[in-house]
Design a protein around this ligand. Sequence first.
Ligand code: PAF
Length: 284
Amino acid sequence: MSTAPFIVTTQDQLRAQIQAWKMQGERIGFVPTMGALHAGHLSLIHQAKQHADKIVASIYINPTQFSEGEDLGTYPRSEEKDAKMLCEAGCDLIYIPTGSLYGEHHATSLHVGGAALGLETDYRPHFFGGVALIVTKLLNRVQPDVAVFGEKDYQQLLTIRRITSDLDIPVEIFGAPIVRENDGLAMSSRNQYFDTKGRAIAGQLNIIMRSCAQEISETRNIKHATDTAIDALLEAGFTSVDYVSVADAVSLEVLPHSLGDNEARLLIAATCKGVRLIDNCAID
Ligand code: PAF
């Protein structure tokens, strides 16, 4: 049976508890979140528990990764329920900072390159700069031995690996497989925005993605399969498709025509009923 985790709201409380654990030789695992938790987040906690003794989760809706017009103001908030779920999943400490993590005179930004270029950045240019900043700040505050991020945000995962390596942040980054609903829709806090009709359309995304990945692995022809997938998404009721792209699974360099010998990943972003969804899968 898990004991109830502490909730801390200040950096001093956070540091004190983590230092006490480190003095006892405990390895610290960290799962940063923006709350509105679902089974996908809990799988990150479970993954962290495989690599660490004490698990810290944070809940902080990071304003710098939202652009004007995005859903910062309406992003779902459910702290009490989140804390209960984290407790049941065996989390030891929950960090819920009160107020902004950016000081009044904050003036630092991070320019991210490599895997952060293209794909999401073409449509949300502010996004990875904001993620880089908050993840760096949280890693500095928590100072974990390991941190876990979901593969649903595949480009984010690769970008965080790059940042921690480039900035010599002493943490091991693990990716956790995507957790899906019964119909295969990747779990996301934003899925709760859908009405019944939108939710049914959203369920088509992974079906179309899988069939696209299969066609590519059989024919090696990327262009035909991705064009077919875009048509299928629009036909299914998606209002727009930002990209259906195949990229090198490590560098995330987009492969426009045919598969090479390296591992490849299919990545999709499309909007349905005003909700932008992303998903990805390996190409066998
Ligand atoms: O993936 C998320 O939920 C967020 O981008 C993260 C990593 C918690 C940073 O705010």
